[in-house]
Unconditional design. Structure first.
Length: 61
């Protein structure tokens, strides 16, 4: 069972039952699917600028 918890702007946010204990959500759209862990989200937000800068250095603007 994979209950949908949110649909927004073409994205579907959902869970898989009995998958793992770490809090996370799956996100799907027409471009693909990803798994997002909720617990380290604050770390990503805190370092968002650094991560974006590293992305641009690696991949270019």
């Amino acid at each position: 069972m994979s209950p949908t918890v949110l649909r927004k702007d073409g994205y579907r946010f959902f869970f898989f039952s009995r998958e793992e204990l770490r809090m996370h959500v799956h996100v799907s759209s027409s471009d693909g699917e990803a798994k997002w862990w909720l617990e380290p989200e604050a770390i990503v937000r805190e370092h968002y600028g650094d991560i974006c800068d590293a992305w641009k250095r690696h991949f270019g603007d």
